[in-house]
Write a protein that binds this ligand. Structure first.
Ligand SMILES: [Zn+2]
Length: 1014
């Protein structure tokens, strides 16, 4: 037979595009349109409905950036349309390729009840089916003229990302605004032909199935009369019945589809717009659930449910009903889909606590899957947190974005730093925006790495990022793919149903140990430094507030601020969303975040101050008390307690060097700051050991050009290291403090358009060189690092993560290690040789790199740690990080891992001095082993008055110890993170007289609920 395949395929494309699709709406009449533009921010629905309209015509411009317009459409269904299906077509000026990134609308009836959302892939509103003829149509659209930030030429700097700089030029022109007849038979023919055409394109050219479909498609096209598509569509469809009825082969891959809209809680739009995005999408999805009986939808992020509950109660009522029917499925059990690299131990735990509790309280549903399709990498601490939250599964597809290495599994057990294993699935469809295209379905089946032993994968289906969700076209395609020869099969299934099947069919999945590192978006550990600093400060202040408020509640009867703390926690958790804390949102989001963090800090300082004063007693007593919120004693003040300050040891000195610079001493460290203001030597006096590698100088600021190929705020590409400028030129070098308790030098430099002042401080009795850095940063597309070349020979180093640390290699033997050229630490990195080590402690920075060289001079190894300080990308915020920044770091020579842990806590939890009348505030609880670290002391969320204490083993070894309470203990119960009794603790927790004996395994975490007697 002659080969006419491409001829038929081309014919299918042209006839679909030019004849069949246009025939879906064969008749239409224009609607009358009026508009009112809100003068500023969005207005309440009633106000928008009531505002006077002015006429506007198709083709007219509307919509200043970030504006809200209320658009009214009115018309009458023609009498001649009686018996037919009628829809309104409302095209606000959409670009079909940009659902979620463009203008959007929410349609209301005149009574204010919401109908559905409008977006570029969803422009229809059903009016009548069948129409009687003569119906009056009146609908109102709350239209948001959100500007396109990520355009066809992506990553260009734009001023549109903040209302303050975006201007007022209209961004859109009204397009089709019609009442139209919807011909369902033609629409079904379109779906038939799309499904078969897309499947055909994925099948091998030599397969019989491909040719059977081709011939059927040809017969269908032959059956379509081009001048009467509507009259012949049914006949054309009948030619396709047989090829659509052929069942899938038994070994076909099985896809569990779940309707979804990945909605970024803020990103290329501000937080307030996400509230509306969620309302539009959920209005659409609850409507689609009513229309499509087999369809199921899932939504994650308790915060987004809470938003619609508060701001769009009528939409929320529909959600509640659909959840009760089991078809709108809350997923994930987290407050937001957060970043997981940077949130602290406690914050990561609270993401699950507040997320799961919301779903339990609102719907009586407990999630068992963590749902993080888009998060930029997963820490080794996360598996234990998931398990302690009462969950057991993880879903993400993001690791498929890695630049270099292909992850070897799609379904596997992921083992964290403590040994917890979590059943994990990466959807092989490699997207969270599946649209049921044949290419996506075939990719999932081909790509699935666990073929032969497993058969199921999950496909989150619907427009996401900016919202939109699943369309009726996707549902119609899924129906045809249920059991179709040549394709994977598709069933709508809930995430929990998928996981249960996947687990059952795969009893011995492979194991991946350690972090799930994303080989992309590495610069999100550094971009938008003030957002990161606000997060870290909030986490520290929350620890202090909970500790001192709990202490004051039990000791002084002060009311515990449950509501305030919950609200503040939820705000901090929201800002850990995977485009806020990582610094990848528009300027508006980060400007607001900075203000929000400042307000939270003020509020937390008030809570802390009130609690500490209640504990210290009357200030007229004149006694100065030092409060220590850190988990280790310092300055003779117990951990979690307060007492009068011990006098410091003295013994500090600063001496000028003949060769320039100064020598700082405190009896523990001898530090040479040379004539360039660089740290030429740091000797640990006790061991006599030099910290700085021979021939090098530490605290060297280095400046790189930093212009990645894509995703400016997100990415730093490896070639940035090819060019570097060492900032050694000095403006001034002076002694900033010189007394027996403290010596410091001040180093001032300028470079480019920027200046930097660093203060290097030694304090009496402290084995630590403090480095305070103040940068007035006015660079563009640069990366600033602080380098510490250390005389350490080691193949690996430790970086702190949640509830412990993980080790990373210092070499680049394989592509996997080479790809980790920028990594995350929480409060420290630690490097050691047996018996001696160094910690570099970071107060608010997360990004770092570690490299090694072998010296020609003596053959020794130089291991260089560099902290990432600042970047200056221009997209999406064209002025990222411009201005004044303050950082605090510390170098701790002679540090064991326990010292690194201790100094890490200390740097974020400074002593507070309060004048009162008592001599001492005893801690509520005390531990007798420094390896057992308290990460939270708080009152129980159930307001029973019980004390909740979370403890973990921090050094990576086994640790025994006793937790003693300073009150009479009636009970101590191990709990999960939600403070429910839990028997999942693997170590030993034994109640003894006056306390609890703990024997914890490496990095093990235990939550105790302590009940006071009487
Ligand atoms: Zn996202």
């Amino acid at each position: 037979m002659h080969d006419d395949r491409t001829l038929v395929e081309s014919r299918l494309k042209r006839v679909l595009d030019e004849r069949i699709r246009p025939a879906v709406y064969p008749d239409s009449v224009p609607l009358e349109v009026g508009i009112w533009t809100a003068p500023g921010e969005p207005v309440p629905v009633a106000e928008g409905l009531a505002a006077p309209r002015t006429p506007i015509a198709v083709g007219d411009a509307w919509g200043a950036p970030w504006g809200t317009s209320w658009i009214t459409v009115a018309g009458t269904v023609p009498e001649a349309w009686a018996g037919r299906t009628v829809e309104a077509l409302i095209d606000l000026g959409f670009d079909a390729n940009m659902p979620g990134f463009q203008c959007e609308g929410l349609v209301y009836r005149p009574d204010g009840s919401p109908v559905k959302g409008l977006n570029p892939q969803n422009q229809w509103v059903r009016i009548a089916a069948p129409a009687a003829g003569g119906e009056q149509v009146l609908l109102h659209v709350e239209a948001a003229s959100n500007p396109v930030i990520l355009d066809y030429h992506p990553f260009l700097p734009t001023e549109l990302g903040d209302k303050e700089t975006a201007g007022d030029q209209p961004r859109y022109r009204l397009a089709r605004m019609d009442l139209a007849v919807f011909d369902e038979t033609v629409w079904q023919l379109v779906i038939d032909l799309e499904v078969l055409g897309e499947l055909m394109a994925e099948l091998p050219v030599e397969s019989a199935r491909r040719w059977e479909i081709l011939r059927a498609v040809e017969r269908a096209l032959d059956g379509v009369a081009l001048q009467d598509v509507n009259g012949t569509a049914a006949q054309a469809r009948s030619e396709l019945t047989d090829v659509l009825a052929a069942p899938a082969v038994p070994s076909a891959h099985r896809i569990s589809a779940i309707g979804h809209a990945h909605i970024d809680s803020a990103w290329l739009w501000p937080l307030r717009e996400t509230v509306r995005k969620v309302a539009r999408t959920t209005a659409n999805m609850t409507a689609l659930l009513e229309d499509e009986p087999e369809f199921l939808y899932t939504m994650s992020q308790a915060q987004q449910f809470a938003w619609i509950k508060e701001h769009r109660p009528e939409v929320y009522a529909r959600v509640r009903k659909a959840v009760a029917d089991g078809r709108f499925v809350p997923a994930g059990g987290m407050w937001v889909e957060s970043d997981t690299n940077m949130p602290s131990s406690e914050a990561m735990a609270r993401q699950f606590v507040y997320g799961k509790r919301f779903f339990l309280d609102e719907f009586g549903i407990e999630n068992h899957e963590a749902w993080l399709p888009d998060t930029f990498g997963f820490t080794g601490g996360l598996p234990q947190i998931i398990r302690n939250a009462g969950s057991k599964w993880l879903l993400t597809q993001k690791i498929s974005w890695s630049q270099v290495n292909r992850f070897p599994h799609h379904t596997f057990l992921w083992e964290g730093i403590d040994g917890t294993r979590i059943f994990t699935h990466f959807p092989p469809v490699d997207t969270y925006n599946c649209s049921m295209k044949g290419s996506e379905i075939a990719h999932a089946a081909r790509n699935f790495k666990d073929k032969g032993v497993a058969r199921h994968s999950l496909a989150p289906t619907g427009w996401g990022d900016g919202g939109g969700g699943t369309t009726r076209e996707m549902v119609a395609k899924a129906a045809r793919l249920k059991d179709l020869e040549g394709s994977a099969t598709v069933r709508w299934e809930r995430p929990a149903e998928f996981f249960a099947k996947a687990e059952a069919e795969y009893p011995k999945p492979p194991v991946w140990v350690g972090e799930l590192y994303l080989e992309l978006h590495r610069a999100t550990l550094t971009s938008q430094a003030k957002t990161k600093q606000g997060n870290r400060r909030s986490e520290n202040l929350l620890r202090e507030a909970e500790l001192w408020c709990a202490t004051a509640a039990l000791r002084a009867g002060l009311a515990y601020p449950y509501e305030e703390l919950e609200r503040i926690w939820k705000t901090v958790l929201l800002h850990q969303f995977h485009d806020i804390l990582p610094g990848s949102s528009i300027a508006w989001v980060h400007r607001e975040a900075e203000a929000t963090y400042a307000a939270l800090a003020a509020e937390l300082e008030t809570l802390i101050g009130r609690a500490q004063q209640a504990l210290a007693g009357d200030a007229a007593g004149g006694r100065e008390l030092v409060f220590n919120a850190a988990p280790h004693a310092r300055s003779a003040v117990a951990a979690g307690g307060a007492s009068t300050a011990a006098s410091t040891a003295g013994g500090c000195s600063a001496t000028a060097r003949a060769a320039g610079g100064f020598v700082l001493r405190n009896g523990l460290l001898d530090v040479v700051v040379d004539g360039d203001g660089l740290v030429a030597s740091v000797v640990d006096v006790a061991s006599g050991r030099e910290t700085v590698a021979p021939g090098t100088r530490a605290n060297l600021l280095q400046l790189h050009p930093d212009f990645p190929n894509m995703w400016d705020a997100w990415d730093v590409d490896q070639f940035y290291r090819n060019t570097v400028t060492d900032l050694t030129a000095l403006d001034s070098l002076t002694v900033a403090a010189s007394d027996t308790d403290r010596v410091a030098v001040r180093v001032a430099r300028s470079f480019g358009s920027s200046t930097v002042v660093q203060t290097l401080t030694l304090r009496a009795g402290e084995q630590r060189l403090d480095i305070d850095t103040e940068v007035d940063w006015h660079e563009t597309e640069k990366f600033l690092k602080a380098a510490f070349p250390l005389d350490i020979h080691t193949e690996r180093y430790a970086a702190e993560t949640q509830f412990g640390h993980l080790h990373r290699p210092t070499h680049t033997n394989t592509s996997w290690e080479a790809a980790k050229f920028e990594a995350c630490n929480h409060r420290f990195v630690h490097l050691d040789e047996p018996g001696w080590g160094v910690a570099l402690v970071t107060a608010s920075t997360y990004g770092h790199d570690v490299t090694r060289t072998v010296r020609d001079t003596d053959g020794g190894t130089t291991t260089t740690v560099r902290c990432s300080l600042l970047r200056a990308p221009r997209f999406p915020d064209p002025r990222t990080d411009q201005g004044l920044h303050r950082f605090h770091h510390a170098l701790v020579p002679g540090a064991g891992i326990g010292d690194a842990v201790r100094e890490g806590y200390r740097i974020g939890l400074p002593e507070r001095r309060v004048t009162g009348s008592v001599a001492e505030v005893a801690p509520l609880v005390a531990l007798d082993n420094d390896a057992l670290v308290v990460s939270a002391v708080k009152l129980a969320d159930d307001r029973s008055g019980d004390l909740v204490v979370r403890v973990y083993e921090a050094n990576g070894g086994r640790a025994r110890g006793r937790l003693s309470a300073s009150f009479v203990l009636a009970g101590a119960v191990p709990c999960d993170l939600l403070e429910r009794p839990w028997d999942g603790t693997r170590g030993e927790v034994t109640m003894v007289d006056g306390g609890v004996e703990l024997a914890l395994r490496p990095f093990e975490l235990v939550t105790l609920r302590l009940t006071a007697a009487g």
